[in-house]
Each structure stands twice: as structure tokens, then as C-alpha cells.
Ligand binder design. Sequence first.
Ligand code: GRG
Length: 293
Amino acid sequence: MNLPELQFYKERIEEALDSYLPSASCTPEIIHEAMRYSVCGGGKRLRGALVLIACEVAGGRWQDAMPAACALEMIHAYSLIHDDLPCMDDDELRRGKPTNHRVFGEAIALLAGDALLTQGIATMLNYIPAGLEQAYHRALQELVAASCTQGMIGGQVLDLAAEGKKLTLEELNQIYRWKTGALIRAALRMGALIGKGEPWVLEALTLYGEALGLAFQITDDLLDLEADPQLLGKMVGSDLRKQKATYPGLVGIDEAHRLAAEEINRACAALAPLAENGKVLIELAEAVLKRNY
Ligand code: GRG
């Protein structure tokens, strides 16, 4: 995803993550090394960047949303570590490197994921900028709800239960709304809350986040079939091997591309009330549709 704004925020987020995570030389070293291995090892930083951009769009300063952006990236990294475990997807590669459990073993990988969930929440509680206590409280509620059983975890549970089954598109959408969409929607809402946006701004960003989240997962399905594994940083074809229900599996590749584009149009349309202020988010949505990793 080649977008100068995304690159700018990605670099700032990586510096901040380094400062919020315990040093690898802190006892017990192994868990801090494992946490840093997954968090600091690449990634597009899409969710973190969305928090910062939404904060600016809502009228705040992106710097004030940095603890929230990093918390979200930590929780996202935890979900990837656990998702790769042998009891889940049993993957060997992530972000172009061996998965966490392949390097540190299953027990430490499990604990590194747990620790990143807790560290994410601690980051939001411990680095609240002055005057934003109430906004951070609400943003943390969003993050916790999106990560929980009616969000990311719930989506993962439904996803596991659906393996090998034929789903309807509506059932698949429900899984995607929770498994992938919940954190992306939360990114926008957290940024809007920290930026103290008006209710109509929060609403526009929420609708944008919902459509973007679904489009992001449809493009993820397509990349699993069409991407260059070198660029993607992980193996392709894993959905077919695991008999997962996907958009291309349900509606075909061409229709999946069309539906992803339709969601992106819906996302951009939701930004209409923001006029020029929504420009970066429109560019970002277009980059999600064209992404090749
Ligand atoms: C508690 C054992 C246990 C497991 C829970 C939480 C969980 C497992 C799984 C979460 C579901 C999940 C991993 C959804 C996939 C979302 C997705 C498309 C991830 C890839 O996001 P990118 O492409 O990754 O933004 P980068 O590497 O760029 O950050």
C-alpha cells in the first residue's frame, strides 16, 4: 500500500511502539523478546494509522491518539500470534518471518499474545494526554468491546465453527464483521473520540470503518488466492487447504473483486459530509482495494 500519509504514520507508530514496549533486556527477557519480535517485525500499521487519521479528521492532534494507535497495533499483533498457533491456523510464516511459535515455542507464543493484549490496555491507561481522560475512557471501551466475544474473538469462534461448512453470504459477513471488521471500525471510532469529534463525524467515520473492514477482508481472501507469497510475507492458498468459507469461494473471484469495490465505494460515500477533510481516508480506501500485500 503505497500512500505517503500511511508511510508517515507507520514510521511514527513504529517509534512509539518501541518506546511503549518493555525492553528486551527486562526480566524475563524471553517474553519481551517474543512480544517485540511480532510487534516490531513489520506490518502495514493500517489500524494504527486509521486511529491517528480519524483523530485529525475529527479535529484533534494525531500525537494525542498515539497511545491508542499503539494499543490497537499491540492487540492486532496478539491476534496474529494466536491465529498462527498450531491449534488455530498452524502457519509457518507471518510478515515475511517465521511465526512467533516457530521461534519461541508454543507456550511463549501464547503468553506473548496474552501479554500484548494486557500491554495494549496498559498503554492506553498509562499514557493518557492531559485533558483527554474521558475520551480515552470511551476509546478504551471501544477497543475492549471490539476485541471481545462480540468482536474479534467471537468472529474467530464462528470462523473455526464454519470450517468445512457451506455458509450463506450473510453468515460469512457476520464472521468478517467481527473477526476483521470490529478492530478496523474501532480504530476509526477511537480516533474520532480522542479527537473529540461531533456526533455526525463519529457516525460518518463509523460507517466508513464498517465498509472498509469488510472490503479489507474480501481483499484478504483474494490475496490468499492471487498474491505473490514473497510480497504477502506468508503462504498463500491456506483458505483452500483449511476449507474456509471465503468470498471468492462463495461468489467467484470476479464477483468478489466487484463486491470489494462496492464496499470501498460505500466507505467513500460515507465520508461525503466531511468534504475535503475526508480526502486522506478516501485515498486510503482506494489503496486497500488495490493492495497486493
Ligand atoms: C485466544 C488462542 C486465541 C486465539 C484468538 C484473536 C484471534 C485468535 C484471531 C483474530 C482473527 C484474525 C487474525 C483475523 C484476521 C484479520 C486479518 C485480515 C489480519 C491481517 O491484517 P493485516 O494484513 O496485517 O493488516 P499486517 O501484518 O499488515 O498488520
